[in-house]
Structures are given as structure tokens and as C-alpha cells.
Ligand binder design. Structure first.
Ligand SMILES: NC(=O)c1ccc[n+]([C@@H]2O[C@H](COP(=O)([O-])OP(=O)(O)OC[C@H]3O[C@@H](n4cnc5c(N)ncnc54)[C@H](O)[C@@H]3O)[C@@H](O)[C@H]2O)c1
Length: 263
């Protein structure tokens, strides 16, 4: 299919080579800074992003930019009515607004904070582990993540999704704390902490800790390849399922919708 890439940074470049290797065509690479992008737009000019996508003849769009730009881009792109896959993180507070915009304009958005197949398997493993461990009061739990020092948001969207899985499996953990503690944590609080360093593409660990031992579950991304192939497959599936009527336009979808039965 013909794909427009909004954001031509580390992920944009990886998405381009992945899409080409899967037989898709990249008809536009749109960015505010990248010198090798096919279209340059000014920061904050969502209308120019939408115009560039429309003029490219794209059949679908993948957006990986920056937490400060993503909502402007979504607001401009959704009314085009093209299947839109968003990988940029840091906008979970706005999901209701995006779902309403999609319903109002008939546009379709699919989002995941992490497109890696391994991470989506990890979510399931974590929820099941948390359910098992929650049978034993002596175990506490926590989530930790580490990413490269260029990442703009923390904790990562993936860490928040992992924390939701821990809480879904353990009814004793009812609130998430993403800041530092300045007093002793209470047992119902789940601590989600972050480290930023060097070039790490993404490491997430869940700890289950008792006086006797620690169980650690870790997912380590080796490169951005897994995110890129997940996002391109998500867009291909979304378009196919919209064309066949399996999914309806005018909605905000997630991994479980475009990879049914898998996650
Ligand atoms: N969902 C996932 O699986 C996943 C995986 C990796 C990264 N991410 C997220 O994707 C985003 C991008 O990551 P990256 O590593 O490619 O970052 P990056 O900084 O390498 O690239 C982002 C690019 O977006 C461009 N940009 C910023 N505002 C723009 C706008 N309004 N219009 C067009 N381009 C714009 C920047 O100039 C830059 O080239 C981040 O939010 C990151 O957390 C998500």
C-alpha cells in the first residue's frame, strides 16, 4: 500500500526501510527538521502536514513524531479519513478526545505505545504472573524502565501499560505512583520508575519481591526493528479490515483490534 510517514527521525527511517521490505510504497516522509525528509513543514502547522499527506496520494499514514506535536497532527490528519497509525507516546490523557474526533469525522486511528510483538506478549505474561503472585500477600510489586537519553516523556507509555497489567492481575495494587516517594509507600501503591541513559532502545522490568526472594521479568528491545514491523503490519491490517468491513471507520483502535486473537 501507499504509506505517508509523518515524522522522519529514528523511527521514521526504520519504518521506511521496513515498509519497503514488506512491499509497500512510501509516498511521503514529512518532518519539521529532518534534512532528508521529502516534505518539510513548520512546527505546529498540522494543516501543512495534512495537505502534504493528501497531495502524496497515500492510502494510509503512520505518525511517529514527538509528544508535543502528536495531538496537533492527529487533529489535522483524522478528518482526511485515511487509516492512521500513531506510535508517538505521551498523549494517553487525550484518548477520549481522539475517539470523539474519529466518531465525529469518520476518521480511523489506531494507537499502541509499543508495537513490538514481544512486548505485547510480555503484557500477557505480566498480567498472568501478577495474578499468580497476588495469591501470596508477602509479595510486593514494582515496574522499572530504561530508555535512551533523547526520549522526551517518562515513564514510557509501555511502562504505564505494563503497570496497568500488574494492577489488573493484583486487586491489592490500586494506585500508580510515577514520581519519587518522599514518604514510605503504602501497600496499595505501585511504583513505576524510569532511568534515562545513553542509547538504550527500551528495557522494562517487573519485580515481585518478598522477604525471601525476588522474581524479575524483563523485556529488552535490541533495536527499533520490532516497533517498525509491528506498526507497518498494524496499518496493513487496519486498512484490510476497514476495506472488508471487519472494522468500522470513525473509531480509535488498539493492538487487540488489528491483531485479533493474538493480544
Ligand atoms: N509505539 C512504539 O512502538 C514506539 C517505539 C519507538 C518510539 N516511539 C515513540 O515515537 C516517537 C518518535 O520516536 P523517534 O525515536 O523516531 O524520535 P526522533 O526524535 O528520532 O524522531 C521524531 C521526528 O519527528 C519530527 N517531528 C517533530 N514534530 C513534528 C511534526 N509536527 N510534524 C512532523 N515531524 C515532526 C522530528 O523533527 C524528528 O525528526 C516518540 O514519542 C517515541 O517515544 C514509539
Amino acid at each position: 500500500m501507499k504509506i505517508a510517514l509523518v515524522g522522519y527521525g529514528k523511527m521514521g527511517h526504520m519504518l521506511e526501510s521496513t515498509a519497503l521490505s514488506l512491499g509497500d510504497e512510501v509516498v511521503a516522509t514529512i518532518d519539521v527538521f529532518a534534512p532528508d525528509a521529502s516534505v518539510k513543514v513548520s512546527a505546529g502547522d498540522g494543516a501543512a502536514v495534512a495537505r502534504a499527506v493528501k497531495e502524496s496520494g497515500a492510502e494510509g499514514v503512520i505518525e511517529f513524531t514527538h509528544p508535543s506535536s502528536v495531538m496537533e497532527n492527529i487533529r489535522a490528519l483524522v478528518p482526511l479519513g485515511l487509516p492512521l497509525v500513531v506510535g508517538t507516546t505521551g498523549w494517553t490523557d487525550c484518548e477520549k478526545e481522539v475517539a470523539e474526533l474519529a466518531a465525529k469525522t469518520g476518521g480511523t486511528v489506531m494507537h499502541s505505545a509499543n508495537f513490538s510483538i514481544g512486548v505485547n506478549l510480555f503484557y500477557k505474561i505480566v498480567e498472568e504472573a501478577s495474578r499468580l503472585v497476588s495469591n501470596f500477600d508477602e509479595y510486593d510489586s514494582a515496574v522499572w524502565e530504561m530508555h535512551h537519553n533523547q526520549k522526551a516523556d517518562s515513564p514510557s507509555g509501555t511502562a504505564l501499560d505494563i503497570a496497568r497489567r500488574v494492577m489488573a492481575g493484583n486487586p491489592r495494587k490500586t494506585s500508580m505512583v510515577t514520581d519519587a516517594f518522599h514518604s514510605r509507600p503504602s501497600p496499595e501503591q505501585l511504583h513505576v520508575s524510569s532511568t534515562r541513559c545513553g542509547h538504550v532502545p527500551g528495557t522494562h522490568t517487573v519485580f515481585f519481591d518478598s522477604a525471601a526472594d525476588t522474581i524479575e521479568l524483563t523485556h529488552t528491545a535490541r533495536s527499533r526493528q520490532g516497533f517498525a514491523s509491528g506498526a507497518v503490519h498494524a496499518l496493513e491490517n487496519l486498512k484490510r479490515m476497514l476495506d472488508s468491513g471487519e472494522l468500522s471507520s470513525g473509531a480509535l483502535y488498539s493492538m487487540s483490534d488489528v491483531f485479533p486473537g493474538m493480544f
